[in-house]
Design a protein around this ligand. Structure first.
Ligand code: NAD
Ligand code: WQD
Length: 338
C-alpha cells in the first residue's frame, strides 16, 4: 500500500516525502515539474536512503492518472500540486482556476474511479480572508479572499466538502497552512523559488547571499506592535509532520475535517529580520517601502484543534527556522541547479 504525493518534488511536498519515508510509508511522487526540479527527488532518496517512484505527470492528465492508479496500490493521496504565486494569479487567473480547481476535480475523478477515497489537501490560511480576527479558528466563517490564488483554495475546499457530502466513504483532511519557512536539517532540500522571491524569508536569504541588494519592508504603519505585518511562520518540517498525522487520520476513519497548521505565535517582518540576523550573524539591509496590495496586518492561527484531534504541535522555533533556511540557501546558492 502506498501514499501518492502530488506536487511531491516541490518545497512542502519534498519535506513531507522525507517524513513519510522515515515513517515507513511507501511513497510515490507525481509532479509535472512546472515549479520544481527532479533533483529534489534524488535528494529525498539520498536523505532517507529509501527508494521513491516518480511520475512526471500533470494532475489534469486523466489518462496519466489512471495509469498511475492502475500500476500501484494507492491507499491515500496527499495533494500538494498547484500553482501558488499570488501576483501571477491576479494577472493570469484562468491558469490558476484550470490548474488548481480543474486539476483537483480531475484528480478526484481518477481517485473515485480507482476506489481510492482518502485525500489530504494543502489549503491555506488565505481562506480566512481579510475580516476574521487572529487567532484564526477553523469554525470562523470563510472570509473574502483577496486574490484568485486564495479563491482557488476556498473553492477546492468546497469541492472536497461537497464530495464528502455526496459519498460518506470519502475521508478528507483540509490542512490550512500558515507561513511555511525553514528547510530540512541536512541543507539538501529547501525552497527554490523561480526569479525574484515573493515571500519574505526566501527574499531575506537572497539578500544574505548577495543576490539581492536589500529587503523592502512592505509597510510600517500597520496596527501591529512595530507597524510591520505579523504572520505565523511555521517550520516546514513541523508542517510535514502534520501531514503524517493527517494521513493517519484519513487512513483510520472517514469524514471531512479542517485543521490549521501553524504555531499560534505571530511575528512581525522586523522580528523575522532580527531573528535571522541573530541566528546567523549576518546583517540584512532593509528599507521601508509601501504596503503590498492585498496584504493584511495580522494573521496567526489557533492551532489547538490539530493538537486535540491529530495530536500534532509545531515544536521548532523562529531561530531554528532562520538557521535552517540559511543553511539551505548558503549550501545551494543556485537552488537545485548545481
Ligand atoms: P511548490 O510550487 O514548491 O510545490 C507545488 C508542486 O506542484 C511543484 O513541484 C509543481 O511543479 C507541482 N505542480 C503544479 N501544478 C501541477 C500540475 N498541474 N500537475 C502536477 N504537478 C503540478 O509549492 P509549495 O510551497 O510546496 O506548496 C505546496 C502546496 O501548498 C500548494 O498547493 C500551495 O498552494 C500550498 N500552500 C503553500 C503555502 C506556502 O506558503 N508555500 C502556504 C499555503 C498553502
Ligand atoms: C509575509 C510578510 C509582507 C516580502 C503568502 C500568500 C499566502 C500563503 C503564504 C500560499 C507580509 C512582508 C514580504 C517582502 C515584506 N501562500 N514582506 N517584504 O503574504 O503572509 O502569504 O504566502 O498559500 O496565500 O499570500 O507571506 O512571505 O509573502 O509575506 O515586507 O519582500 O512579509 O508584507 O507582512 P504572506 P509573505
Amino acid at each position: 500500500m502506498s501514499i501518492l504525493v502530488t506536487g511531491g518534488s516541490g518545497f512542502i511536498g519534498s519535506h513531507t516525502c522525507v517524513e513519510l519515508l522515515n515513517s515507513g510509508y511507501d511513497t510515490i511522487i507525481l509532479d509535472n515539474l512546472c515549479n520544481s526540479k527532479s533533483e529534489s527527488v534524488k535528494r529525498i532518496k539520498e536523505i532517507t536512503g529509501k527508494d521513491v517512484k516518480f511520475y512526471e505527470c500533470d494532475i489534469r492528465d486523466r489518462e496519466g492518472l489512471d495509469k498511475i492508479f492502475a500500476e500501484n496500490s494507492i491507499e491515500a493521496v496527499i495533494h500538494f500540486a498547484g500553482l501558488k504565486c499570488v501576483p501571477e494569479s491576479i494577472s493570469d487567473p484562468l491558469s490558476y482556476y484550470d490548474n488548481n480547481i480543474g486539476g483537483t476535480v480531475t484528480l478526484c475523478q481518477a481517485m473515485a474511479a480507482a476506489g481510492c477515497k482518502k485525500i489530504v489537501f494543502s489549503s491555506s490560511a488565505t481562506v480566512y480572508g481579510s475580516e476574521n480576527p487572529s487567532p484564526l479558528k477553523e469554525d470562523m466563517p470563510e472570509g473574502k479572499t483577496t486574490n484568485p490564488y486564495g479563491t482557488t483554495k476556498l473553492y477546492i475546499e468546497r469541492v472536497l466538502k461537497d464530495l464528502y457530502a455526496s459519498d460518506n466513504e470519502w475521508s478528507v483532511c483540509l490542512l490550512r497552512y500558515f507561513n511555511p519557512i525553514g528547510a530540512h536539517k541536512s541543507g539538501r532540500i529547501g525552497e527554490d523559488p523561480n526569479g525574484i522571491p515573493n515571500n519574505l524569508v526566501p527574499y531575506i536569504t537572497q539578500v544574505a547571499i548577495g543576490k539581492l541588494d536589500h529587503l523592502n519592508v512592505n509597510g510600517n504603519d500597520y496596527p501591529t506592535p512595530d507597524g510591520t505585518g505579523v504572520r505565523d511562520y511555521i517550520h516546514v518540517v513541523d508542517l510535514a509532520l502534520g501531514h503524517i498525522k493527517a494521513v493517519e487520520k484519513v487512513l483510520g476513519e472517514t469524514g471531512c475535517n479542517t485543521y490549521n497548521l501553524g504555531t499560534g505565535t505571530g511575528y512581525s517582518v522586523l522580528d523575522v529580520v532580527n531573528a535571522f540576523e541573530k541566528a546567523n550573524n549576518i546583517k540584512i539591509k532593509y528599507e521601508i517601502a509601501p504596503r503590498r496590495p492585498g496584504d493584511i496586518a495580522t494573521c496567526y492561527s489557533d492551532p489547538s484543534k490539530a493538537k486535540e484531534e491529530l495530536g500534532w504541535v509545531a515544536t521548532r522555533d523562529l531561530t531554528e527556522m532562520c538557521e535552517d533556511s540559511w543553511r539551505w540557501q548558503s549550501n545551494n546558492p543556485r537552488g537545485y541547479e548545481e
